[in-house]
Design a binder for this molecule. Structure first.
Ligand code: FAD
Length: 301
């Protein structure tokens, strides 16, 4: 094994420089995959990192964001900072807004979007915006690559469907799911460096009259796994943005299952989630009205 892989440190800490090397190591036996380490190290508190570790932070091919005719692809070492700096279409504005609110600037420089998904916290900021984009997780092993919808990848609180010989090499987003505009908001007891009470992401497509023709709404921190609000989406389609804002209380957020904890009661979480979605819709309405006014000014001049 020492000949096969580039080992930069002794013991069972292995730092590799290519995906092939990483997959070869995982084929020999399971290892804890270390990306930015911003979830792994705080969890250790004052203990040392032990066991079989695979450090993938030196794999440059994982740091790329690319685009083909059908998909956007975000590599497993792409940081939150890379996401907020990327040249994505407006459907990614929600993901970018999430990127700007993860931890602090230092965390955003180091932490990866994929690490956030693999950690599978109910309050992971990356999940709701990616759900609105129908994101798929790319799982690679020596035997090949498979893609899972994000909804199938995250199976519960800190549970994913990754196998011991696999690593996540990236996330892909179908271009068919990148229409319209998007947003993300989270609520905590303060603005930064806090675990969210609730968070929501939306992606909305409207016709030229401002009537919603396609809607994706997801909510995090209010159930074991963040989820798409499929009933709410159905109820929004066909409504004007104005009506959507005014009537959001009548939509069925029935699949939410918030808990009481030190941060908030379940009832508060449910009400706050609906209010967050209302504010996101209101922002879409304001943007739509501003774009109509700009178009009118251009026509007049
Ligand atoms: C001060 C502070 C503030 C934070 N604030 C926020 C916040 O506001 N919102 C939020 O959502 N999170 C927050 N976090 C949590 C953390 O920063 C994010 O979850 C981050 O995106 C994790 O990425 P990472 O690269 O550091 O993952 P790591 O810590 O390296 O890994 C996390 C988990 O994913 C696994 N993993 C990583 N990459 C792969 C891969 N390619 N394949 C398979 N498994 C993999 C690891 O084995 C580990 O189990 C915060 C953390 C800190 C320390």
């Amino acid at each position: 094994m020492q000949n096969l892989l580039t080992v930069e440190a002794t013991q069972d800490y292995l730092r590799v420089n290519s995906i092939d090397e990483a997959l070869a190591a995982l084929a020999i036996g399971p290892r804890l995959i270390l990306a930015g380490g911003t979830d792994i190290f705080p969890r250790l508190q004052d203990r040392q990192l032990t066991g079989h570790v695979l450090d993938i932070s030196g794999i440059s091919e994982l740091s790329e964001i690319s685009s083909s005719t059908e998909y956007w692809h975000i590599g497993a070492m792409v940081s939150w900072r890379d996401i907020s700096d990327a040249n994505f279409p407006p459907a990614f504005d929600g993901l970018k807004a999430a990127a700007r609110e993860v931890g602090s600037v230092q965390i955003q420089n180091r932490a990866t979007l994929v690490g956030n998904l693999c950690n599978a916290s109910p309050a992971a900021d990356g999940v709701p915006p990616l759900l609105t984009l129908d994101a798929e997780v790319e799982l690679s092993s020596k035997s090949g690559v498979r893609y899972l919808m994000l909804t199938s990848f995250i199976q519960g609180n800190r549970k994913t469907s990754i196998c011991a010989d696999e690593m996540v090499t990236g996330v892909r987003i179908p271009k068919l799911s990148t229409g319209g505009n998007s947003g993300f908001l989270k609520l905590g007891t303060r603005s930064y460096m806090i675990i969210s009470i609730s968070m929501a992401a939306i992606r909305i497509e409207t016709d030229i009259a401002g009537v919603i023709v396609n809607a994706a709404v997801s909510i995090g921190a209010c159930s074991e796994v963040a989820q798409r609000m499929l009933l709410v989406e159905k109820q929004l389609i066909g409504r004007s943005l104005e009506k959507a804002v005014d009537q959001i209380d009548s939509c069925q957020f029935v699949s939410l299952a918030p808990i009481d904890d030190v941060r908030a009661t379940a009832a508060y979480r449910r009400n706050a989630s609906i209010e967050i979605v209302r504010r996101l819709l209101l922002a879409q309405k304001t943007d739509f009205e501003n774009s109509v006014m700009t178009d009118a000014r251009i026509t007049v001049s």
